[in-house]
Design a binder for this molecule. Structure first.
Ligand code: MSP
Length: 509
């Protein structure tokens, strides 16, 4: 039986249509999911939407529609966006799904009955756009520490989850699972800024708005954000039915991929909730950085962004995917700009990859009518290329296991650059002038085609359409991961005509 791999994105707020920042997380999750599938795992890749709360209630009111009508439209658009980006999710959860709502009510009740949730009253600073409560000391100059906007003082009857009860158990869990939070800097931030100063119990219900899952035994209250949102990762698998096949197979999650601003919820609140439910904890939470525009946050309210589909239309889906995956070292913040997207596409996809494939297949047609052979007239110069290609699979595996996605891609690009260099050094056009060098020429082209085939397979999780197009041009049956062994490309193969994979994009001034 293949090993399972359960990977999730955060569930996004459908308060407005999604922007390139949401695409960033989702593309990375998709690439990891595709990579794991390719390498033989039984993958469950989940994304979805977090649909309740005061902000959505307000937005819907402003738009003159019901909250459900409001979110339905955005979800339809989100699914269209994910389709246009080739996002291969296995399940799309909506927190308005009936089974999720019922499950959340059951979870809430269970925690209440066992004494992990109690009734009290809440007084605190609340940031409406972020749907976050802050204490006086957390607020910065009376403003939200996350978004910098005004917070308001609120006081209301509320239910609380006993986060404080699990503090020691949580610290012990961190100690025993050093890789639970990545990158490491984020783990230290959690420990020093939140856990060590002492965990405060968490407000888990609200009475001041209605757009939420009602607490069934106290219907004045709706379940407030985190119990509703975080539990999506288990309700989708059938929880609280622990005998559900999906739950038995996929829980605990292997990787929760989240933006850095919600690491706190995933590495403190979520583990404590799971401990209270007596469930195993996820293996890993990776907190990635933000994509910024002009150094600032991509903001729905500032409206400083375009619909990501405009970039897809202009440059192709793989250019957008590649940029998201390659440009920013995974974990760090990075800047998004259309100019950088264009330069990246031109340099790596049009020049390094596209030209190489085009030149090589064209030469194979010109000199051998597009038919492959490997007479193995090898020379010293081939060794470096062959050994680099041979070790590539393992190098990519190591990088992907460390979630260094941009570095994994760059390793493949390095090999493609080496192929271009190999052409410049072996000069096939010179070999073609000498009839006695025919077998050497065939060998050189075989080495190149074989390197391209292997790189195309390894690139498939990242730029699936392009990878597929290259393998179609090669017309090879050796397209799966197991066939990555130098020398597997068939001889006497009739290659297809080369097509332009990426046109160079002119930068408009
Ligand atoms: N609904 C909560 C998450 C609940 S998970 C149980 C939420 N939603 S959100 O819509 O605000 O967006 C969450 C995620 O979107 C971020 O954590 C991040 O992964 C992604 N991003 C949103 N803007 C982004 C950037 N500008 N850059 C990178 N990622 C961004 O928080």
């Amino acid at each position: 039986m293949p090993e399972k791999y359960y990977i999730t994105t955060p569930i996004y707020y459908p308060s407005a249509n999604f922007h390139i920042g949401h695409c960033y997380t989702t593309i990375i999750a998709d690439a990891i999911a595709r990579y794991k599938r390719m390498t033989g795992y039984d993958v469950f890749f989940q994304t979805g939407t977090d649909e309740h709360g005061e902000k959505i209630e307000k937005k819907a009111k402003e738009a003159g529609v019901s909250p459900k009508e409001y979110v339905d439209k955005i979800i339809e658009d989100a699914k269209d966006l994910w389709a246009s980006l080739g996002i291969s999710y296995d399940y799309f959860i909506r927190t308005t799904d009936k089974n999720h709502e019922v499950a959340v009510q059951k979870i809430f009740k269970k925690l209440y009955e066992q004494g992990d949730i109690y009734k009290g009253s809440y007084e605190g600073l609340y940031c409406v756009p972020c749907e976050s409560f802050w204490t006086e000391s957390q607020a910065v100059d009376g403003k939200c520490p996350d978004c910098g906007r005004e917070v308001k003082m609120v006081s209301e009857e509320a239910y609380f989850f006993k986060l404080s009860k699990y503090q020691d158990q949580l610290i012990k869990f961190y100690d025993e699972h050093p890789d639970f939070i990545l990158p490491l800097s984020r783990k230290n931030e959690m420990l020093n800024n939140f856990i060590k100063p002492g965990l405060e119990d968490l407000c888990v219900s609200r009475t001041s708005f209605k757009w939420g899952i009602p607490v069934d035994f106290d219907p004045n209250h709706v379940v407030y954000v985190w119990i509703d949102a975080l539990t999506n990762y288990i309700t989708s698998l059938g929880y609280p039915d622990v005998n559900n096949e999906l739950f038995k197979k996929y829980w605990p999650a292997d990787l929760h991929l989240v933006g850095k601003e919600i690491v706190r919820f995933h590495t403190i609140i979520w583990p404590c909730m799971l401990m209270a439910l007596d469930l195993p904890l996820p293996h890993q939470v990776f907190g990635h950085g933000w994509l910024k525009i002009d150094g600032g946050k991509i903001s729905k309210s500032l409206g400083n962004y375009k619909d990501p589909r405009e970039y897809i239309k202009a440059y192709g889906v793989d250019a957008v995917r590649y940029y998201a995956l390659r440009e920013v070292p995974f974990g760090n913040d990075g800047n998004f700009s259309e100019e950088a997207l264009i330069s990246r596409t031109n340099a790596d996809l049009a020049n390094t990859l596209g030209n190489l494939v085009n030149r090589t297949i064209s030469m194979a047609h010109k000199y051998f009518d597009g038919v492959t052979s490997n007479p193995k007239i090898n020379e010293e110069i081939d060794n470096n290329l062959i050994s680099k290609v041979t070790s590539l699979k393992e190098i990519v595996e190591t990088k992907m296991n460390e979630l260094k996605v941009n570095e994994a891609i760059d390793e493949i690009m390095d090999v493609l650059r080496l192929c271009n260099k190999y052409i410049d050094e072996t000069t096939p056009w010179t070999l073609a002038k000498d009839e006695t060098k025919k077998n050497r020429l065939a060998t050189v082209l075989y080495n190149l085609l074989e390197s391209i085939r292997i790189c195309a397979i390894l690139l498939s999780p990242f730029i699936p359409d392009t990878s597929n197009n290259i393998l179609l041009e090669l017309n090879t049956k050796k397209t799966d991961y197991a066939s990555i062994e130098f020398g597997s490309l068939e001889e006497n193969l009739q290659l297809n005509e080369p097509k332009i994979l990426f046109n160079r994009i002119e930068i408009k001034n």
